[in-house]
Ligand binder design. Sequence first.
Ligand SMILES: [Zn+2]
Length: 454
Amino acid sequence: MLSNAHNVDNFDLKQAEILLRTSLILVGLILSGCIKNSSESARTFRIPWSDAQNRYTLQDIEIKTFDEPQFLRGSLAEFFIEPTLIINEGKLAQAGVPTGRFLSTPSGSQVALDDASLQAATLYAHLEKLNELDVSSGAASFLNKRPAVAIKVGFVDENNRVMENNAQYNPLVDAILFVPYTDSKLPITLNGGVVAHEHFHSIFHHIVLSHFDSTMTYAGLDLDESHQVLPKAPHEISNKDVSIKTYNLYLLRGINEGLADFWGWIYSGDELFVGRSISSALDVRRLDRKDPQFFDLATFKFVIAESDNSEQRVAHAYSLGTQYAIYFRNIFLQLYEKKTDPETRAKVAKTLVKALFKFRTELALRLEKEYLPPEIFIASFYKALQEESSGVQTFNVCESYQRVAPLAHDKIAGCEPVQPVVETTTPPAVEAKTPPAVETPAPPPPAKGILDEK
Ligand SMILES: [Zn+2]
């Protein structure tokens, strides 16, 4: 269904595209004396790029497959500038074909002459390198070969507020959508970690979620947000309940977000990448922290049940996601003795992709039947790692698994979690409405005001 919708989009644009292409070629001939046609020159673009210390500077970056920069497209991506997302038809629509404007430096590097061209060239450079990671990790053959990327998409939220400073992978159009950026930091479209985060959502969609009924797997189409945990005041007892379907929706959202942040780090090596673009996320999404305690099932069920609306549930999903992202980064550092070069990170990407397939198999058995344990993906990762390594490495994962998820429901062969000794209250029953008395990231002390004021 999704890919059909995408094809309709291409068909609609065809005629306008041919007309515009013809006129642009004519204009190109006239202007060839002053502006070089980039497709005929070296594929080096001067774009904002991070160095080994994660500082962004203008650098000359080679892009191999940005074949038609004058139309802002190449064999690995095509761009839509200020398009409209027609949700009912599952397509992106824009007026005409985008125009890329570049000028050569004396050394032959292409410099963008407008905002859209700069964003498109930079995004393309990241997508090309992400594609290399997809190929080496085994994800590439499951993805759209030439995904759409939309810049400056006009979105309004449920309250009719125009959305800014955000991005989204949208499975309906199989595209990454960027809304306008107005913050004063690094624009999201130029942030390699954020591009990788969004790109991972497409991997998670194609390998995992697309194999299930979307009503079971998509917790709305909210844009990414730097949600802080906004828990309800921690009532002693919740009288509310939540269905398996709703609970699992937000659990999957959390796992998806967490692994996307981890993928953003695998690609960029930057622990602070979200905060580089979104001020409010600097602390809550940073990954250079010690192991978190995962939500146990009863607590996650409690906070989802207690949430009054999807925004609050999404906030808790992001909170779980950050637990995953920090956990996996720490596991990585243990497994590879703090070697954080791209080659080593690519190895973990491969294991992670393998784990996605195991996770899909797990979901097929359990998604509709039970409240899934929040730490569920760790078991899939562990099994993938067992297959990939000699077994020595798995010890670290096993040991940390017991530490971060002492109440884990899933037993991994040879890696049984140790039940905590001093606990007085055991959570256990799936129906339990009281959060267990274990240390968890939420709920925190009664936070007066934060939620109520909204
Ligand atoms: Zn996300």
